[in-house]
Design a protein. Structure first.
Length: 150
């Protein structure tokens, strides 16, 4: 997994509309780059909705939000429409960004061991340097959890 002080790539990937997402697109804002397992699942929906509902406060604090999962662009479009999301979602079906950040790994679901995206939030400085990492994400209060970082 990337560590604090490591750099993210300038090009993060393609969003739900096939548009390239770059660090420099966010005009000097810090970027909340959050990795989540799957669109339209309970925990992922709670996290996305928390960030959606807290976006004004996050913007006021100097943040932009970008979500990443291995779901398709079409799945992201449906998720955004259904949940009224107000930030881009990167589609990473080949797991390039997911593996670069080191968030693909073994995890337990329903008592079974499997591999997938380990829910993780990275706070990136405007130049792409990792400033903070949240591995114990509070899906229901994700925005508040970020705003309370010191």
């Amino acid at each position: 997994m990337l560590k604090i002080g490591d750099k993210a790539p300038e090009v993060l990937g393609l969003d739900q509309n096939g548009k390239e997402v770059k660090i420099s697109d966010f005009g000097g804002k810090k970027i909340i780059l959050y990795f989540y397992p799957k669109d339209s699942t309970p925990g992922c929906t709670a996290e996305a909705c928390s960030l959606r509902d807290g976006l004004d406060d996050l913007k006021d604090a100097g943040y932009a939000v970008v979500g990443v999962s291995k779901d398709s662009a079409k799945s992201h479009q449906n998720f955004i429409a259904k949940q009224n999301l107000n930030f881009p979602l990167i589609s990473d079906p080949d797991k390039n960004l997911i593996e670069y950040f080191g968030v693909w790994g073994e995890k337990k679901m329903c008592g079974k061991t499997c591999f997938g995206v380990v829910r993780t939030t990275f706070i990136l400085a405007p130049d792409g340097t990792v400033e903070n990492i949240i591995t114990n994400v509070n899906t229901k209060d994700a925005a508040k959890q970020i705003l309370e970082l010191k």
